[in-house]
Design a protein around this ligand. Structure first.
Ligand code: NAP
Length: 513
């Protein structure tokens, strides 16, 4: 059994306080433990600010990008070992584990390439310069410089690798040191990755620290140059947003919370068409990949009433063919949920939805004698406007079919009842329908994924977060934004308007030759 320690101020130190066991969710075997205390929060922040920050800020974007490239390679070298940990402490099939791990190394590699593109600079130019005085002599130019603070990154349990990788890629490329906090139930994977990062010696001292225990006290010590990036539930997001110190000192906070994501089938789509097959295939992946524990997974499936039975039949067939079990078996396609608490919450959530929906397949009955397994559960709404359908995230292999008339205005209203989402996916070959739908739902979403005959087989489904485009969403989804290429660096940079002699402002800081 492994007792997880914290890497703070240049040393691994044990946790203290009551131990929380880490399980193999397929067998319920105890694999390790995490203790919440033992972290000197002030020392961690000081070490990052005094050691890691200056060392990173002395490097150019290209040099920091080169470090990210090495990190990506180093973690990839340990891929098989990390896949095994992801299966044992996380319940991930090999496919699920690769999705998380390759997502992490791929995002690090993406930002490494962006660093090379940004070149040997230490600041970025933001937009074109502009004349501010009576003559072009007095010139204005916005620039972006690295904030001398710390990225305090609080990660959810469901993507221990990708969550840490995507946050640290952006911060480190911007020149900001990071303190990574792992979600407890799956912390073994993040812990092993942290060991690899530290042992590699790739990053300057103080650029990377790791906390397995609690960071709650650290939030009370953050200052105006720091950045807290959180991923997790809406309940914890609200606690962090309300932290008195963060509010009083105007500390930047980015929140990625849960989301009642939608898939919408257009009224033009016929059974057997490529668009329809794409719709069913993506729904099947979203419901079963990582046992439905993806913040981007579809929870609400909007279908024209006339197609409801056909969609239900197609999904039941696919879900029925999904082999569920211990991911140690290579033939298994869906593992358990990550923890006993998750199992309890998912079952309670399905039970609540069953008050307003009928079960098409699945349900809350236990599956097997051991392990935290949930039946893939497809529900059919009795009342499309029942509030709980649009408010409750069941973080497991569960989604609800919701009929609509086929009229775009109606489905726009229903989708937006979700109060703000990470991603909505729409499947249609009717351009008019798609244009009206996008116009209606875009303000409520961070991302819209459009499936059609032309895109069939061309790309990863809507559940995949890609570094070139943003991840996040308004309202319920936390109101945050991460990634999106160069946009991902913005939380760590300060935009400053420079006003003065064009020879200095435009030439030394702007793009003028
Ligand atoms: P969670 O319970 O909210 O925990 C998230 C993180 O916050 C964990 O590291 C947790 O540490 C930490 N934490 C808990 N209380 C805290 C506090 N008072 N102050 C500071 N940190 C605190 O969420 P989860 O169960 O790990 O993750 C599942 C949820 O995350 C789902 O609702 C899912 O939709 C959402 N999610 C969203 C995204 C997104 O990008 N929008 C991505 C993935 C998941 P401990 O584990 O030690 O408690």
């Amino acid at each position: 059994m492994i007792a997880l320690s914290n890497y703070v101020a240049g040393a691994w130190t044990p946790g203290s306080g009551d131990a929380k066991p880490l399980y193999n969710p397929a067998t319920e075997a105890v694999l390790g433990e995490v203790r919440p205390g033992g972290v000197d929060h002030a020392a961690a922040l000081a070490y990052a600010r005094q050691r890691g920050g200056p060392a990173l800020q002395a490097l150019s974007f290209a040099q920091r990008g080169a470090l990210l490239k090495q990190l990506s390679k180093k973690l990839h070298e340990h891929r098989d070992e990390l896949i095994e940990i992801s299966a044992s402490n996380g319940g991930n099939t090999r496919g699920d584990a690769k999705f998380d791990l390759d997502g992490a190394t791929g995002t690090l590699a993406y930002y490494a390439a962006l660093g090379a593109e940004l070149g040997e600079h230490r600041h970025l130019v933001d937009g074109d310069g502009t004349q501010l005085g009576r003559t072009p002599r007095f010139w204005g130019q916005h620039i972006l410089t690295t904030r001398p603070g710390v990225g305090v990154h609080i990660n959810a349990f469901n993507f221990p690798a990708w969550g840490m990788g995507e946050k640290m890629a952006c911060a480190l490329l911007a020149g900001v040191p990071v303190i990574e906090k792992a979600g407890t139930p799956s912390a073994l994977l993040a812990y092993r990755m942290a060991q690899i990062v530290v042992d590699s010696g790739i990053l300057p001292e103080g650029a990377f620290q790791f906390v397995a225990g609690s960071v709650t006290g650290m939030l009370d010590l953050c200052g105006p140059m720091d950045m807290v990036a959180f991923t997790g539930s809406a309940v914890t997001a609200a606690l962090i947003r309300g932290n008195r110190n963060l509010v009083a000192r105007n500390v930047r906070v980015n929140l990625e919370a849960d989301s009642i994501n939608s898939a919408i089938l257009g009224p033009d789509v016929e059974d057997g068409s490529d668009t329809f097959e794409q719709f069913l295939a993506n729904l099947h992946v979203d419901m079963t990949q990582k046992a439905g524990q993806k913040c981007t997974a579809v929870r609400r499936i909007f279908v024209p009433a006339a197609m409801l039975a056909t969609v239900a039949e197609g999904l039941v067939e696919r879900l029925g063919g999904t082999r569920i079990g211990d991911p140690a078996d290579d033939n298994v396609r869906m593992g358990p949920v990550a923890s006993q608490e998750q199992l309890r919450d998912v079952r309670a959530g399905i039970q609540k939805l069953l008050a307003v929906a009928d079960a098409v397949t699945g349900g809350v009955e236990p599956l097997g004698e051991r392990g935290y397994f949930v039946r893939p559960t497809l529900l059919r709404a009795k009342d499309a406007r029942a509030q709980v359908l649009h408010e409750l995230e069941v973080f497991g292999p569960c989604a609800t079919l919701i009929p609509y008339s086929g009229e775009v205005g109606e489905v726009v209203d229903l989708v937006n009842f979700g109060g703000g989402g990470l991603v909505a996916s729409a499947y249609s070959d009717d351009r008019g329908f798609v244009e009206s739908l996008v116009a209606g739902i875009a303000p409520w979403h961070g991302r819209i994924w459009l499936g059609s005959e032309k895109t069939h087989g061309q790309a990863l489904g809507p559940g995949a977060v890609l570094p070139a485009t943003i991840h996040g969403g308004p309202g319920r989804a936390g109101g945050g934004e991460e990634l999106g290429g160069r946009r991902g660096l913005m939380p760590y940079l300060q935009r400053t308007a420079l006003q003065g002699d064009r020879a200095v402002v435009g030439k030394a800081f702007g793009n003028e030759a």
